[in-house]
Design a protein around this ligand. Structure first.
Ligand code: BGP
Length: 479
């Protein structure tokens, strides 16, 4: 039977740009997410050489830019989260609400006023807010004028932004994260780093320079938080995909080890240990450059060293499998981070390989490596839900997915892992990051809205709503 510690943070997770809407209200500036196209080819289009940010809202080809209009529904939504018994709620602040262009000296008070209300609403129900400072979102101007995170100027812009929100909320919000899925830039640098082909996404050096700048900016946020209150907990946030070798061939085993370093470990190693790992040079040489080719200063490296994160937040949706020897030619089509098809696993409708045991392995790997508390801040099944005449979605497939992953977490806790909490992704249906569409749903709550932005916006609890309520009420005993 599952055993979770007292005070375990059960909740759910969302991100500003995927649910708030009101993308031009109360002084908000455009963010990169507002300016990406919608549709399954979202990343592919953004990676074409001639991609240009769509900065004219009247020419939009992205019908879901109003999210689920949470900006005007958050009270109703947080009330539903409270009804499920959420102990915490992970959400992000839209940087472009607070600094609409990103480079202003003074924040936009109306943007802060919105999050004042959101936080107050959480606290009213004793829901602990968990805030991602930057979740796949930055003011578009920082990309069009400065070229995104590869530009060092972004460090001070982020620092000013982080200081503004930390200072405003540190007495109310204990848990923070610096950048969502920072390592995802290896595969899609557009969301987290604001890099597309037309501004250098295809050059690995830019991605690593952008990372370095983000590491420094994140470390500065950790420093600010701890100066305000040493009890604040600031985490990194990684996209973790447990990675297996296709077989026992040592060539594949070595390739798997290298893949783990490049994707699962590199960013965490810097953010948790405060220094670049021993394999940095060998990693960068593979891409044809050296660490000394990056712009780094001794002061920056000292900031990293002095300010490691307090915990490791990570998302877990799927595992990956490596075969460099060509022993199989079946690719895992749809798997976000590539690799070959694992014959032991089934995949979601979008091809993400479902692997609850991989989560138990991930938790053990991360805890053995860092010995710091872990927080599963995203997990879930994106599916095409069918709603019946009674406005009911019988999402047993989602319940099965979540149950198996919760059992895996219980297993890892029994293995000795220190796990703080669990916030399944998209606890209310929202716009998908990879497609910009509504039809890939994760929620416990159905939102009446389609891929064309049409619908009543009504919220309907799904079958999984009551199920998760019982999971939380029993602290993970009744699954
Ligand atoms: C993570 C992101 C989220 C999110 C989730 C599901 O990578 O942090 O923002 O959306 O994945 O992905 P998708 O929406 O593409 O199904």
């Amino acid at each position: 039977m599952a055993k979770f510690p007292e005070g375990f943070l059960w909740g759910g997770a969302t991100a500003a740009n995927q649910l708030e809407g009101a993308y031009q209200e109360d002084g908000k500036g455009l963010s990169i997410a507002d300016a990406l196209p919608g549709g399954p080819d979202r990343f592919k289009i953004a990676n074409q050489e001639d991609f240009d940010w769509q900065i004219k809202p009247d020419q939009y080809t992205y019908p879901n830019h109003n999210g689920i209009d949470y900006y005007h529904h958050f009270r109703e939504d947080i009330k539903l989260f409270a009804e499920m018994g959420f102990k915490c709620y992970r959400f992000s602040i839209a940087w472009s609400r607070i600094f609409p262009q990103g480079d202003e000296l003074e924040p936009n008070e109306a943007g802060l006023a919105f999050y004042d209300q959101v936080i107050a609403e959480c606290l009213k129900y004793n829901i602990e807010p968990v805030i991602t400072i930057s979740h796949y979102e930055m003011p578009l101007n920082l990309v069009t004028t400065y070229g995104g995170w590869k530009n060092k100027k972004l460090i001070s812009f982020y620092e000013r932004y982080a200081k503004t929100v930390l200072t405003r909320y540190y007495q109310k919000v204990k848990y923070w994260m610096t950048f969502n899925e920072i390592n995802s830039a290896l595969h899609f640098p557009v969301m987290g780093q604001g890099l597309v082909s037309s501004n250098g996404a295809k050059e690995m050096k830019n991605i690593y320079q952008a990372w370095h700048n983000q590491f420094v900016a994140g470390a500065k946020a950790v420093a600010i938080a701890h100066q305000l209150d040493p009890k604040l907990k600031v985490g990194c946030m990684l996209l973790y995909a447990t990675t297996y070798s296709y077989n026992a061939n040592p060539v594949n085993q070595l390739a798997t080890l290298k893949e783990n370093q490049a994707f699962n470990q590199f960013c965490g190693d810097v953010q948790v240990r405060g220094e670049y790992p021993s394999y940095t040079d060998s990693l960068l040489k593979e891409y044809g450059f050296n660490f000394s080719d990056l712009e780094t200063t001794p002061e920056e490296l000292a900031v990293l060293k002095a300010n490691p994160v307090d915990y490791i937040g990570f998302s877990y949706y799927m595992s990956a499998t490596v075969d460099v020897t060509g022993e199989t030619n079946e690719t895992a089509s749809g798997n976000l981070i590539g690799g070959v098809k694992n014959p032991y696993l089934k995949a979601s409708d979008w091809g993400w390989q479902i692997d609850p045991t991989g989560l138990r392995i991930a938790l053990n790997e991360l805890y053995q490596r860092y010995q710091k508390p872990l927080f599963v801040v995203e997990n879930g099944l994106g599916a095409k839900d069918e709603i019946d005449d009674q406005h009911y979605v019988a999402d047993d497939y989602r319940i099965d997915y979540l149950r198996q992953h919760i059992e895996a977490m219980a297993g890892a806790i029994a293995d000795g892992v220190d796990l703080m909490g669990y916030t399944p992704w998209g606890c209310i249906d929202l716009v998908s990051a990879s497609t910009g569409q509504m039809s890939k749903r994760y929620g416990f709550i159905y939102v009446d809205l389609d891929d064309n932005g049409q619908g009543t916006l009504a919220r309907y609890p799904k079958k999984s709503f009551k199920w998760y309520q019982q999971v939380i009420r029993s602290n993970g005993q009744e699954l």
